[in-house]
Design a protein around this ligand. Structure first.
Ligand SMILES: CC(C)(COP(=O)(O)OP(=O)(O)OC[C@H]1O[C@@H](n2cnc3c(N)ncnc32)[C@H](O)[C@@H]1OP(=O)(O)O)[C@@H](O)C(=O)NCCC(=O)NCCS
Length: 177
């Protein structure tokens, strides 16, 4: 639970920003685990400490999204999230070679951008976002309808990766194919 609540410090990298109380964190976890289209992976150290998570969302037979990766503590090996992303992409493309994997992230999330670039993702679209504040104080970034609007608060990057590009990057990075 603390690991997920620790997400508070990462809130600026997500579209919804809210105060992660224990109850809201539990609700969010319930919602995530009830979503039949989402495969949620938990990352443990050999000592059984939960240090991170990573999810795949199956949009349809062709499109899968990588989502919600968080590393909440120092891992026992260097490059753990890179190895994690490679392991999931390998598994995914072996089982569904025709899939296209997408990733959506905020432009200022440089570490996440670097992680996805290292596994071969390429930028395919950008979307301007504006923040709205709900009655309960939650702040949500939504796409700006008028692209000529002068005020935007953030920019969403959409990256894409197909199996052909992935296998090449994987081989060049020295991972077993
Ligand atoms: C995106 C993310 C998973 C990428 O992780 P990463 O590939 O390990 O890259 P980082 O630049 O964060 O990590 C740099 C180093 O700090 C370490 N590190 C990362 N998070 C850490 C933490 N919470 N505590 C201690 N060390 C940490 C990493 O292990 C890495 O060390 P290494 O070079 O020896 O492997 C990670 O930055 C993260 O959890 N970000 C916040 C949540 C987020 O933005 N998620 C994506 C939303 S789209």
């Amino acid at each position: 639970m603390d690991h997920f609540k620790g997400g508070a410090s990462f809130m600026d990298y997500f579209l919804s920003r809210f105060s992660p109380t224990e109850a809201r964190t539990q609700n969010r976890l319930r919602e995530l685990s009830a979503d039949a289209d989402r495969i949620f992976f938990l990352i443990y150290t050999p000592d059984d400490e939960l240090i991170g998570h990573y999810a795949l969302i199956v949009h349809n037979e062709k499109t899968v999204e990588v989502d919600n990766s968080i590393l909440g503590a120092r891992p026992p090996v260097s490059g753990l999230m890179l190895h994690t992303e490679h392991a999931l992409l390998q598994w995914m493309f072996q089982n569904n070679p025709d899939a296209v994997v997408i990733a959506n992230l905020l432009q200022h999330n440089v570490t996440c951008f670097m992680l996805h670039r290292a596994t071969g993702f390429n930028l395919v679209a950008t979307t301007s976002l504006r923040e709205t504040v709900a009655d309960n104080g939650d702040r949500i970034l939504r796409p700006v309808k008028n692209e000529n609007a002068d005020k935007t608060d953030a920019c969403l990057l959409t990256l894409e990766l197909d199996s052909r590009a992935y296998w090449l990057v994987r081989k060049n990075a020295g991972y077993p194919c």
